[in-house]
Design a protein around this ligand. Structure first.
Ligand code: MEV
Length: 321
């Protein structure tokens, strides 16, 4: 038996634009997914929380088993998985990346083939790539595998972790010390599907020069945010978040509720607020000196709120094999 866990994540700046080579900053958060994997008798099949493994319901798990089997060169069957998560699903908080990465860590350890975090990040990205129909960047999976915080850039800089290439794109993933701040998450509880939002933006970018400019604007806000982080200038980081939210709204991935949450957070004293992750529902994040006050204001609008520290530990095997 093996138990592995992985954290959720928030994208502080750069979602969607990172798919097109602009930079992004993402950090792991202290909400985790745990996966317990136990071998079953040969021929008895694989089950998940007591039910047979079904591709329609367990897309990421099915791809994770395939990718892990390819990595070790042997089939992986007859496993009982039990999953437990504090990360709400389809909320822009990395629940799929966490489930994928924790599952990979668990089955690889069960097969006696534990991988380092770089290997795990690469395999997890392969799973997400397949699950998302061949789209998306390695931001979520690398953040969840490495933990702490990650800077994604088209240029390699200091503290490079690894480089990922897919088609004409190259992403350099760097370690970043997580900013010593708490942030407020407001989950709209409207489900946003990453695959749909990424496909929608891809369509827009393919046909509109204006959309390409907006993607570059998101990149500019991210660069400004990176400088603000280096200088510890939180008001400037907040302003970069506000600008990024406006650009993402123009790209069509915000919703009225996400906009309302951002307004509410700002009125309650947040230095900045924006949607996080793929949008189309999901969550907003706010940077605030008094996070509890912002969380209380959001709760009045029926948000599911979390005040989280940034920079949680990455994927790890907790028990076994
Ligand atoms: C989703 O958390 C982040 C996106 O930028 C997609 C990706 O990078 O793969 C929207």
């Amino acid at each position: 038996m093996v138990v592995a866990s992985a954290p959720g994540k928030v994208i502080l700046l750069g979602e969607h634009a990172v798919v097109y080579g602009e930079p992004a900053i993402a950090t792991a958060i202290d909400l985790r997914t745990r996966v317990r994997a136990t071998r079953r008798a040969a021929g008895s099949g694989t089950i998940v929380n007591g039910y047979p493994l079904t591709p329609a319901y367990h897309t990421h798990l099915v791809h994770a088993l395939d990718v892990a089997a390819e990595a070790i060169g042997a089939p992986l069957a007859d496993v009982a998985f039990e999953t437990e998560s504090r990360i709400p699903s389809a909320a822009g908080l990395g629940s799929s990346a966490a489930l994928t990465t924790a599952t990979l860590a668990a089955v690889l350890a069960l097969a006696g083939a534990t991988k380092d975090e770089e290997h795990l990040a690469r395999l997890a990205y392969e799973v997400e790539w397949r699950a998302q129909g061949g789209r998306g960047s390695p931001t979520d999976t690398s953040t969840v595998a490495h933990g702490r915080a990650v800077l994604v850039d088209r240029d390699a800089r200091e503290r490079l972790l690894w480089t990922v290439k897919r088609g004409e794109r190259t992403w350099h993933l760097h370690h970043l010390d997580a900013p010593a701040v708490s942030i407020v998450i407001g989950n709209t509880q409207e489900r946003g599907r990453t695959t749909d939002q990424v496909a929608k933006v891809a369509k827009l970018v393919a046909k509109s020069g204006f959309a390409k400019e907006i993607v570059k604007d998101v990149g500019k806000s991210t660069r400004d945010g990176i400088d603000a982080l280096r200088a510890g200038d939180w008001p400037r980081l907040g302003r970069a978040m506000d600008r990024a939210h406006n650009s993402l709204t123009t790209l069509g991935v915000s919703t009225p509720r996400l906009d309302q949450f951002c307004e509410t957070a700002r009125k309650a004293g947040a230095l900045g607020a924006k949607l996080t992750g793929s949008g189309g529902g999901g969550s907003m994040i706010a940077l605030a000196k008094d996070p509890e006050r912002v969380a209380a204001a959001l709760a009045k609008h029926r948000a599911q709120t979390f005040v989280v520290a940034l920079g949680a530990e990455g994927a790890r095997v907790e028990e076994g094999p």
